[in-house]
Design a protein around this ligand. Structure first.
Ligand code: FES
Ligand SMILES: [Fe+2]
Length: 378
């Protein structure tokens, strides 16, 4: 096998990037343990004691708001014999208690109690046996990011001005609320999801409704640097009423499908705001956790519309979401075809176009994603 960073170039991706367990194992160390990762949104953790459990790469974590309102990301593994200390998906707790021998931990990970501590002839040091906390947790516009690397560059720098401007636009106020959640798995590599989110070439063909309405046409595929990218376009899918269509068209509202490297996708089309987290389960298996978000100031009617759109459009059974899941599995099955002459796949569409003249159907953003992938896999 080539060195990992030679498995993609500016215009190509080698199939093994999706199919090789060796590449996958290296990604877990070189990407997932080093860069900033999406861990959730503050709206999921409204009060002290609010928590959720998830995976960052292959690492089980608890994302929790502690007693003083701070955000912590703790490894979900008991310091006694390693079992999960929290098996619930989400909720509110005063402490975490391991089911095996009932050691208990505070919301900040501190070891509070060892059951029957007198049984230890050599006493254990509670101070050294807290849950391991990720060294870096920062938020931007309520979006929670964490890193395993104490030396990771500041989050603001990692996001960069271009990506931040798009996030500022979507999350223009801070009264964000969660109005829906969809979780689903597909039999395909984890990178298929982010690269598809910023692939503006496919919607006309894979999602035929988009082709039929001609609504996804005027816009750009942009490389936002540091691996982030966005498709930005005007008035995509038609809103339910003609009145609204006119409003959307005249106020020039921008729709977006955006990726923050490596594991965050944000789709904002008309009223619909969908924050998706990519969870790799194996080189050929992935879970997606998709939040539908809105604002507390929304009217009941608007809230209903935002929630419905997760189910009807982008969710796993929605008119676009279901197509994409079918595609992820068809792509992974196709990757198995393996002859030396077909090893390299093409991402050169629009390559060489002058900056500022990018087309919505160019693979500009996909190339940017893999540039960051290459940098980290060196
Ligand atoms: S493994 Fe958690 S208390 Fe024993
Ligand atoms: Fe799609």
């Amino acid at each position: 096998m080539n060195a990992f960073d030679q498995l993609t170039t500016e215009s190509t991706i080698h199939r093994s990037v999706y199919t090789s367990p060796t590449v996958y194992a290296a990604e877990l160390e070189q990407i997932w343990k080093r860069t900033w990762l999406l861990a959730g949104h503050e709206a999921e953790l409204p009060a002290p004691g609010s928590f959720k459990t998830t995976l960052l790469g292959d690492q089980p974590v608890i994302v929790v708001r502690d007693q003083s309102g701070g955000l912590r990301v703790l490894l979900n593994s008991c310091r006694h014999r390693g079992a999960l200390v929290c098996r619930d998906k989400a909720g509110t707790k005063a402490r975490f208690q391991c089911l095996y021998h009932a050691w208990s931990y505070g919301l900040d990970g501190t070891l509070l109690g060892i059951t029957d501590a007198a049984g230890y002839v050599t006493p254990l040091s509670k101070a050294d046996l807290g849950l391991w906390a990720l060294p870096r947790v920062e938020t931007y516009r309520g979006i929670i990011f964490a890193s395993f690397d104490p030396e990771a560059r500041p989050l603001l720098e990692h996001l960069g001005p271009a990506a931040r401007a798009h996030l500022d636009d979507v999350f223009s106020t801070d009264d964000i609320e969660v109005i829906g959640l969809a979780e689903y798995e597909y039999r395909g590599n984890w990178k298929l999801h982010p690269e598809n989110t910023i692939d503006g070439y496919h919607p006309r063909f894979l999602h035929r409704i988009v082709g039929q309405t001609g609504s996804f046409s005027v816009g750009q595929a942009l490389d936002l640097e540091r691996g982030h990218g966005v498709l930005a376009w005007k008035n995509a899918l038609k809103s339910p009423s003609a009145e609204e269509n006119t409003a959307v068209a005249t106020n020039g509202r921008i729709n977006r499908a955006m990726v923050v490297f490596p594991n965050m996708a944000l789709v904002n089309i008309n009223d619909f705001i969908n924050l998706r987290m990519v969870i790799p389960l194996a080189h050929d298996r992935t879970q997606i956790s998709a939040l539908a978000l809105g604002f507390r100031s929304d009217s009941p009617e608007l809230r209903r519309r935002r929630a419905t759109q997760l189910a009807a459009f982008q969710g796993p059974a929605g008119i676009a979401g279901a197509d994409d899941v079918e595609l992820f599995e068809a792509a992974q099955e196709g990757f198995a075809a393996n002859a030396p002459a077909i090893g390299w796949l093409d991402i050169s569409r629009g390559l060489g176009r002058a900056p500022g003249t990018e087309d919505l159907e160019d693979e500009t953003a996909v190339r940017g994603y893999y540039r960051e992938w290459r940098r980290l896999m060196q």
